[in-house]
Design a protein around this ligand. Structure first.
Ligand SMILES: [Zn+2]
Length: 259
């Protein structure tokens, strides 16, 4: 695994930051410096970071990664959370606006009891999702499921004139101001022609399955975990590893004073 990534990025020869050839060893031999961008860093650390990132890419837990790499769990966990922060920043920079056929739905993460909407949800995180069919998803952790909260997200993240599919929840009642609105009547039939929200529901169950493996996520961290899921989903047709190296290694080293 190590070799695969080292070869891919010509470690030691090509600069990880500016992607040009021109690295030379500094006197103490522990670091290399790039003659183009003038950045310097330790190759040993870079290799370790790339290895940690590779496990992250494979969706191996921090605990298992620590074991495999013979590292302290805390070190790997902190690095994973840092990756998630960088990914969330990247997602938030994308400024996506979804359009066409759009599914909307909210769900709860964490907590064991299945409460009614807005009730008994103190220890749970509420997520709201907007999914463009055959396209991207936008997710956000929200404070409540009021019409005001949901409409604000819809206004910011979708194009007017879209077709919205939701269930019969009352907070969606005023959706017509933004486009066509089709509701699903669960009592009548689960899937009524094109009126369904299978896409966003599938995304939620996939996320929940993943989160379950982490054996409890701190409520305050759900926004970061959820953005990671959004990122993976939205880039499912891309080279995710390459993107992750750009976001979590290259950009991190450009912005921070890390060597
Ligand atoms: Zn460089």
């Amino acid at each position: 695994m190590k070799k695969e990534l080292s070869d891919m990025y010509f470690l030691g020869r090509k600069c990880i930051i500016c992607n040009r050839y021109g690295l030379y060893k500094l006197k103490n031999r522990r670091r290399v410096k790039c003659k183009h961008c003038k950045k310097y860093y330790s190759l040993k650390r870079l290799r370790r970071d790339l290895d940690i990132l590779y496990y992250f890419y494979l969706e191996v837990s921090a605990r298992k990664t620590a074991k495999e790499m013979e590292l302290d769990y805390g070190v790997v966990h902190r690095r994973f959370m840092e990756f998630r922060k960088l990914i969330a920043n990247y997602c938030n920079e994308q400024a996506i606006r979804l359009n066409g056929k759009i599914e909307l739905d909210e769900t709860y993460f964490g907590g064991k009891r299945k409460g009614k909407r807005g009730r008994g949800s103190k220890n749970k995180a509420i997520a709201f999702g907007i999914l463009e069919r055959k396209g991207k998803v936008y997710t956000v952790i929200i404070e409540n499921v009021s019409a005001e909260t949901l409409m604000r997200e819809i206004q910011n993240k979708t194009r007017k004139g879209s077709v919205f599919y939701t269930d019969g929840f009352k907070s969606y009642a005023s959706l017509r101001q933004y486009g066509k609105h089709d509701t699903i009547d669960y009592d009548y039939s689960y899937v009524k022609g094109k009126t369904h929200i299978n896409g966003i529901e599938g995304f939620w169950s996939y996320s929940k399955e993943r989160f379950h493996k982490y054996h409890g996520i701190n409520k305050k961290n759900y926004p970061l975990y959820l953005k990671e899921m959004e990122f993976r989903f939205n880039n499912r047709k891309e080279n995710v590893l390459k993107l992750l190296v750009d976001i979590c290694i290259r950009r991190r080293r450009i912005s921070a004073k890390l060597h």
